[in-house]
Design a protein around this ligand. Structure first.
Ligand code: IPM
Ligand code: MG
Length: 351
Protein backbone atom coordinates (compact mmCIF):
# COMPACT_ATOMS: atom_id res chain seq x y z
CA UNK A 1 0.00 0.00 0.00
CA UNK A 2 0.83 3.64 -0.43
CA UNK A 3 0.67 6.03 2.50
CA UNK A 4 1.20 9.78 2.81
CA UNK A 5 2.91 10.89 5.96
CA UNK A 6 3.34 14.53 6.92
CA UNK A 7 6.62 15.16 8.69
CA UNK A 8 6.69 18.07 11.12
CA UNK A 9 10.15 17.86 12.63
CA UNK A 10 9.94 21.18 14.47
CA UNK A 11 12.63 22.62 16.72
CA UNK A 12 15.74 21.60 18.62
CA UNK A 13 16.52 17.92 18.25
CA UNK A 14 13.26 17.40 16.32
CA UNK A 15 14.88 17.05 12.88
CA UNK A 16 17.55 14.63 14.14
CA UNK A 17 15.19 12.23 15.87
CA UNK A 18 12.55 12.36 13.15
CA UNK A 19 15.20 11.46 10.58
CA UNK A 20 15.80 8.16 12.43
CA UNK A 21 12.11 7.33 12.53
CA UNK A 22 11.95 7.91 8.78
CA UNK A 23 14.89 5.55 8.23
CA UNK A 24 13.05 2.90 10.23
CA UNK A 25 9.76 3.46 8.41
CA UNK A 26 11.55 3.17 5.10
CA UNK A 27 13.01 -0.13 6.19
CA UNK A 28 9.52 -1.26 7.22
CA UNK A 29 8.27 -0.22 3.78
CA UNK A 30 10.91 -2.35 2.09
CA UNK A 31 10.31 -5.37 4.27
CA UNK A 32 6.50 -5.30 4.11
CA UNK A 33 6.15 -3.78 0.63
CA UNK A 34 4.57 -0.46 1.48
CA UNK A 35 5.45 2.94 0.11
CA UNK A 36 5.55 5.79 2.57
CA UNK A 37 5.59 9.22 0.95
CA UNK A 38 7.08 11.70 3.39
CA UNK A 39 6.33 15.40 2.97
CA UNK A 40 7.93 17.90 5.30
CA UNK A 41 6.39 21.07 6.67
CA UNK A 42 7.40 23.68 9.21
CA UNK A 43 6.02 24.17 12.70
CA UNK A 44 7.01 25.84 15.99
CA UNK A 45 9.87 28.31 16.45
CA UNK A 46 11.27 27.31 13.07
CA UNK A 47 8.00 28.37 11.44
CA UNK A 48 7.88 31.63 13.42
CA UNK A 49 11.38 32.44 12.20
CA UNK A 50 10.51 31.66 8.60
CA UNK A 51 6.95 32.92 8.19
CA UNK A 52 5.90 34.45 11.52
CA UNK A 53 3.31 31.78 12.29
CA UNK A 54 3.98 28.65 14.40
CA UNK A 55 1.34 26.58 12.53
CA UNK A 56 1.09 27.99 9.00
CA UNK A 57 -1.89 27.27 6.76
CA UNK A 58 0.29 25.23 4.40
CA UNK A 59 1.34 22.96 7.24
CA UNK A 60 -2.27 22.58 8.30
CA UNK A 61 -3.38 21.66 4.77
CA UNK A 62 -0.59 19.11 4.47
CA UNK A 63 -1.70 17.49 7.75
CA UNK A 64 -5.32 17.40 6.62
CA UNK A 65 -4.35 15.71 3.37
CA UNK A 66 -2.08 13.08 4.92
CA UNK A 67 -2.77 9.67 6.42
CA UNK A 68 -0.78 10.48 9.55
CA UNK A 69 1.54 13.10 10.99
CA UNK A 70 4.96 12.32 12.41
CA UNK A 71 5.93 15.09 14.78
CA UNK A 72 9.30 15.87 16.37
CA UNK A 73 9.29 18.54 19.06
CA UNK A 74 8.73 22.22 19.45
CA UNK A 75 10.08 24.88 21.75
CA UNK A 76 13.00 27.25 21.85
CA UNK A 77 14.66 28.78 24.94
CA UNK A 78 14.53 32.22 23.40
CA UNK A 79 10.76 32.21 24.01
CA UNK A 80 10.74 30.47 27.39
CA UNK A 81 12.25 33.40 29.23
CA UNK A 82 10.23 36.02 27.44
CA UNK A 83 6.69 36.08 28.87
CA UNK A 84 5.94 39.06 26.64
CA UNK A 85 6.65 37.33 23.33
CA UNK A 86 3.74 37.98 20.95
CA UNK A 87 3.86 34.59 19.24
CA UNK A 88 5.15 31.44 20.88
CA UNK A 89 6.09 28.08 19.37
CA UNK A 90 3.67 26.31 21.75
CA UNK A 91 0.77 28.16 20.11
CA UNK A 92 1.57 26.16 16.99
CA UNK A 93 1.08 22.92 18.87
CA UNK A 94 -2.19 24.08 20.39
CA UNK A 95 -3.44 25.35 17.02
CA UNK A 96 -2.58 22.04 15.44
CA UNK A 97 -4.47 20.11 18.13
CA UNK A 98 -7.51 22.34 17.81
CA UNK A 99 -7.63 22.47 14.02
CA UNK A 100 -7.09 18.75 13.59
CA UNK A 101 -9.62 18.01 16.33
CA UNK A 102 -7.10 15.95 18.30
CA UNK A 103 -9.14 15.60 21.45
CA UNK A 104 -7.26 12.67 22.94
CA UNK A 105 -3.63 12.28 23.83
CA UNK A 106 -2.62 8.71 24.53
CA UNK A 107 0.53 8.07 26.49
CA UNK A 108 1.38 4.47 27.29
CA UNK A 109 3.70 4.12 30.27
CA UNK A 110 5.69 0.92 30.10
CA UNK A 111 8.91 -0.12 31.74
CA UNK A 112 11.90 -1.56 29.94
CA UNK A 113 13.62 -4.29 31.98
CA UNK A 114 17.12 -3.12 31.05
CA UNK A 115 16.37 0.42 32.25
CA UNK A 116 14.58 -0.17 35.53
CA UNK A 117 17.72 0.73 37.46
CA UNK A 118 17.49 4.23 35.97
CA UNK A 119 14.09 4.77 37.54
CA UNK A 120 13.97 7.23 40.44
CA UNK A 121 11.79 4.62 42.17
CA UNK A 122 12.88 1.37 43.77
CA UNK A 123 12.87 -1.56 41.37
CA UNK A 124 10.12 -3.49 43.18
CA UNK A 125 7.79 -0.51 43.01
CA UNK A 126 8.09 0.09 39.31
CA UNK A 127 9.01 -3.25 37.72
CA UNK A 128 6.10 -4.36 35.53
CA UNK A 129 4.23 -1.06 35.72
CA UNK A 130 2.10 -0.78 32.61
CA UNK A 131 -0.61 1.80 32.22
CA UNK A 132 -1.99 4.35 29.79
CA UNK A 133 -2.70 7.99 30.46
CA UNK A 134 -5.50 9.34 28.29
CA UNK A 135 -5.50 13.09 28.38
CA UNK A 136 -8.24 15.33 26.98
CA UNK A 137 -6.41 17.64 24.59
CA UNK A 138 -8.63 20.32 23.07
CA UNK A 139 -10.63 21.68 25.99
CA UNK A 140 -10.31 22.87 29.55
CA UNK A 141 -8.13 25.68 30.82
CA UNK A 142 -5.84 25.50 27.78
CA UNK A 143 -8.58 26.72 25.49
CA UNK A 144 -10.97 28.72 27.69
CA UNK A 145 -11.12 32.51 27.59
CA UNK A 146 -8.03 34.12 29.00
CA UNK A 147 -7.04 37.68 29.57
CA UNK A 148 -5.65 40.52 31.63
CA UNK A 149 -7.33 43.46 33.25
CA UNK A 150 -6.68 46.90 31.80
CA UNK A 151 -4.26 47.82 34.59
CA UNK A 152 -2.55 44.44 33.98
CA UNK A 153 -2.77 43.52 37.66
CA UNK A 154 -5.27 40.72 37.19
CA UNK A 155 -5.23 37.76 34.83
CA UNK A 156 -7.55 34.83 34.27
CA UNK A 157 -7.80 31.51 32.44
CA UNK A 158 -11.22 29.91 32.26
CA UNK A 159 -11.64 26.18 32.44
CA UNK A 160 -14.60 25.06 30.32
CA UNK A 161 -15.92 21.60 29.40
CA UNK A 162 -19.07 20.62 27.58
CA UNK A 163 -20.91 17.31 27.88
CA UNK A 164 -19.98 16.06 24.38
CA UNK A 165 -16.30 16.83 25.01
CA UNK A 166 -16.35 14.86 28.24
CA UNK A 167 -18.37 11.98 26.83
CA UNK A 168 -16.10 11.33 23.87
CA UNK A 169 -12.91 11.23 25.92
CA UNK A 170 -14.45 9.05 28.62
CA UNK A 171 -15.75 6.74 25.91
CA UNK A 172 -12.20 6.36 24.65
CA UNK A 173 -11.10 5.63 28.22
CA UNK A 174 -13.67 2.85 28.49
CA UNK A 175 -12.58 1.48 25.10
CA UNK A 176 -8.94 1.33 26.15
CA UNK A 177 -9.82 -0.26 29.46
CA UNK A 178 -11.90 -2.88 27.64
CA UNK A 179 -8.88 -3.81 25.51
CA UNK A 180 -6.59 -3.97 28.54
CA UNK A 181 -7.04 -4.95 32.18
CA UNK A 182 -10.58 -3.49 32.40
CA UNK A 183 -9.82 -0.90 35.05
CA UNK A 184 -10.47 2.79 34.49
CA UNK A 185 -9.39 5.56 36.85
CA UNK A 186 -11.13 8.89 36.31
CA UNK A 187 -8.91 11.64 37.68
CA UNK A 188 -10.47 14.97 38.62
CA UNK A 189 -10.75 17.61 41.32
CA UNK A 190 -14.47 17.22 41.93
CA UNK A 191 -14.13 18.46 45.51
CA UNK A 192 -13.31 21.92 44.17
CA UNK A 193 -14.03 22.35 40.45
CA UNK A 194 -17.39 22.54 38.68
CA UNK A 195 -15.86 21.11 35.49
CA UNK A 196 -14.63 18.12 37.48
CA UNK A 197 -18.08 17.54 38.91
CA UNK A 198 -19.45 17.49 35.37
CA UNK A 199 -16.78 14.90 34.46
CA UNK A 200 -17.62 12.74 37.44
CA UNK A 201 -21.35 12.97 36.84
CA UNK A 202 -20.97 11.89 33.23
CA UNK A 203 -18.54 9.11 34.14
CA UNK A 204 -21.06 7.80 36.69
CA UNK A 205 -23.79 7.86 34.04
CA UNK A 206 -21.63 5.97 31.57
CA UNK A 207 -20.37 3.33 33.99
CA UNK A 208 -23.49 1.08 33.87
CA UNK A 209 -23.12 0.93 30.07
CA UNK A 210 -19.75 -0.72 30.60
CA UNK A 211 -20.43 -3.37 33.24
CA UNK A 212 -17.18 -5.20 32.50
CA UNK A 213 -15.07 -2.17 33.46
CA UNK A 214 -14.16 -1.44 37.05
CA UNK A 215 -14.25 2.35 37.45
CA UNK A 216 -12.71 4.33 40.25
CA UNK A 217 -12.39 8.05 40.88
CA UNK A 218 -9.37 9.84 42.21
CA UNK A 219 -8.62 13.45 43.00
CA UNK A 220 -5.68 14.70 40.99
CA UNK A 221 -3.48 15.46 43.99
CA UNK A 222 -4.01 11.96 45.28
CA UNK A 223 -3.34 10.53 41.82
CA UNK A 224 -0.03 12.41 41.68
CA UNK A 225 0.95 10.70 44.91
CA UNK A 226 -0.25 7.25 43.95
CA UNK A 227 1.60 7.28 40.62
CA UNK A 228 4.80 7.47 42.67
CA UNK A 229 3.72 5.13 45.46
CA UNK A 230 1.93 2.37 43.54
CA UNK A 231 2.45 2.84 39.80
CA UNK A 232 1.55 -0.80 39.23
CA UNK A 233 -2.03 -0.36 40.42
CA UNK A 234 -3.10 1.67 37.37
CA UNK A 235 -4.41 0.35 34.08
CA UNK A 236 -6.10 3.22 32.20
CA UNK A 237 -6.24 6.71 33.58
CA UNK A 238 -8.43 9.34 31.94
CA UNK A 239 -8.34 13.01 32.79
CA UNK A 240 -8.77 16.58 31.63
CA UNK A 241 -6.23 18.62 29.70
CA UNK A 242 -4.03 20.22 32.35
CA UNK A 243 -4.18 17.40 34.88
CA UNK A 244 -3.18 15.07 32.06
CA UNK A 245 -0.30 17.31 31.05
CA UNK A 246 1.15 17.17 34.53
CA UNK A 247 0.39 13.56 35.39
CA UNK A 248 1.67 12.22 32.10
CA UNK A 249 5.02 13.94 32.59
CA UNK A 250 5.19 12.55 36.10
CA UNK A 251 4.26 9.10 34.84
CA UNK A 252 6.85 9.21 32.09
CA UNK A 253 9.85 9.61 34.39
CA UNK A 254 9.09 6.75 36.75
CA UNK A 255 10.13 4.28 34.07
CA UNK A 256 13.61 5.79 33.96
CA UNK A 257 13.28 6.21 30.25
CA UNK A 258 11.82 9.54 29.23
CA UNK A 259 13.69 9.19 25.95
CA UNK A 260 11.72 6.05 25.14
CA UNK A 261 8.10 6.97 25.55
CA UNK A 262 5.91 7.62 22.50
CA UNK A 263 2.51 9.25 22.27
CA UNK A 264 -0.43 9.55 19.93
CA UNK A 265 -2.91 12.38 19.57
CA UNK A 266 -6.11 11.25 17.93
CA UNK A 267 -9.52 12.69 17.22
CA UNK A 268 -11.49 13.97 14.29
CA UNK A 269 -8.95 14.50 11.52
CA UNK A 270 -5.41 13.19 10.92
CA UNK A 271 -3.69 11.72 13.98
CA UNK A 272 -0.33 12.99 15.18
CA UNK A 273 2.46 10.85 16.64
CA UNK A 274 5.28 12.29 18.67
CA UNK A 275 7.75 11.51 21.45
CA UNK A 276 6.80 12.62 24.94
CA UNK A 277 10.02 14.52 25.51
CA UNK A 278 10.61 18.08 24.34
CA UNK A 279 13.01 19.79 21.96
CA UNK A 280 16.11 19.33 24.20
CA UNK A 281 17.81 22.49 22.89
CA UNK A 282 21.11 21.76 24.66
CA UNK A 283 21.61 18.72 22.44
CA UNK A 284 20.60 20.29 19.13
CA UNK A 285 22.89 19.36 16.27
CA UNK A 286 25.09 17.13 18.44
CA UNK A 287 23.70 13.80 17.19
CA UNK A 288 23.31 12.55 20.78
CA UNK A 289 19.55 12.65 21.42
CA UNK A 290 17.75 9.36 21.96
CA UNK A 291 15.65 8.63 18.85
CA UNK A 292 13.78 5.65 20.35
CA UNK A 293 10.71 7.56 21.59
CA UNK A 294 10.21 8.90 18.06
CA UNK A 295 10.82 5.50 16.52
CA UNK A 296 8.26 4.00 18.91
CA UNK A 297 5.89 6.83 17.99
CA UNK A 298 6.27 5.66 14.40
CA UNK A 299 5.19 2.21 15.62
CA UNK A 300 2.09 3.77 17.18
CA UNK A 301 1.48 5.56 13.87
CA UNK A 302 1.53 2.27 11.97
CA UNK A 303 -0.81 0.65 14.46
CA UNK A 304 -3.34 3.40 15.15
CA UNK A 305 -3.41 5.40 11.91
CA UNK A 306 -2.62 2.79 9.28
CA UNK A 307 -3.79 -0.39 10.99
CA UNK A 308 -0.45 -2.10 10.30
CA UNK A 309 -0.09 -4.26 13.41
CA UNK A 310 2.62 -6.64 12.31
CA UNK A 311 4.71 -3.77 10.99
CA UNK A 312 4.34 -1.89 14.28
CA UNK A 313 5.41 -4.97 16.20
CA UNK A 314 8.47 -5.32 13.98
CA UNK A 315 9.56 -1.84 15.06
CA UNK A 316 9.01 -2.61 18.74
CA UNK A 317 10.97 -5.82 18.39
CA UNK A 318 13.93 -4.17 16.74
CA UNK A 319 13.94 -1.44 19.40
CA UNK A 320 14.05 -4.14 22.10
CA UNK A 321 16.87 -5.77 20.20
CA UNK A 322 18.88 -2.56 20.05
CA UNK A 323 18.55 -2.15 23.80
CA UNK A 324 19.61 -5.71 24.47
CA UNK A 325 22.55 -5.25 22.12
CA UNK A 326 23.47 -1.98 23.80
CA UNK A 327 23.12 0.02 20.59
CA UNK A 328 21.71 3.06 22.35
CA UNK A 329 22.49 6.72 22.93
CA UNK A 330 24.40 8.14 25.89
CA UNK A 331 21.36 8.78 28.09
CA UNK A 332 20.76 5.06 28.54
CA UNK A 333 24.00 3.39 27.49
CA UNK A 334 26.08 1.42 29.96
CA UNK A 335 29.13 1.08 27.77
CA UNK A 336 29.82 2.65 24.42
CA UNK A 337 27.37 5.41 23.57
CA UNK A 338 26.07 5.42 20.01
CA UNK A 339 25.11 8.53 18.07
CA UNK A 340 21.50 9.31 17.23
CA UNK A 341 22.14 8.57 13.57
CA UNK A 342 24.00 5.34 14.33
CA UNK A 343 21.07 4.03 16.33
CA UNK A 344 18.76 4.85 13.41
CA UNK A 345 21.06 3.10 10.94
CA UNK A 346 21.28 0.03 13.17
CA UNK A 347 17.52 -0.20 13.59
CA UNK A 348 16.90 0.13 9.87
CA UNK A 349 19.56 -2.48 9.06
CA UNK A 350 18.25 -4.96 11.66
CA UNK A 351 14.56 -4.72 10.95
C1 IPM B 1 2.80 18.57 26.07
C2 IPM B 1 3.51 19.88 26.24
C3 IPM B 1 2.59 20.99 25.72
C4 IPM B 1 1.33 20.98 26.56
C5 IPM B 1 3.22 22.39 25.69
C6 IPM B 1 4.52 22.40 24.92
C7 IPM B 1 2.26 23.43 25.19
O1 IPM B 1 3.87 20.09 27.57
O2 IPM B 1 2.52 18.18 24.93
O3 IPM B 1 2.54 17.91 27.07
O4 IPM B 1 1.30 21.58 27.64
O5 IPM B 1 0.35 20.38 26.14
MG1 MG C 1 3.45 18.48 28.83
Amino acid sequence: MNYNIAVLAGDGIGPEIVAQAIKVLEAVGKKFKHTFNFTEAIVGATAIDQVGDPFPEETYMLCMNSDAVLFGAIGDPKYDNDPKAKVRPEQGLLAMRKKLGLYANIRPVTTFPSLIHKSPLRRELVEGADFVVIRELTGGIYFGDKGRSEDLNMAFDNCVYTRPEVERILELGFEYAAKRDKRLTVVDKANVLATSRLWREIAQEMTPEHPEIEVDYMFVDNAAMQIIQWPKKFDVMVTENMFGDILSDEASVITGSLGLLPSASVGIHTSVFEPIHGSYPQATGKDIANPLATVLSAAMLLELALDLMEEAQAIRDVVDKSMTAGVVTEDISEGKAYKTSEVGDWLAANL
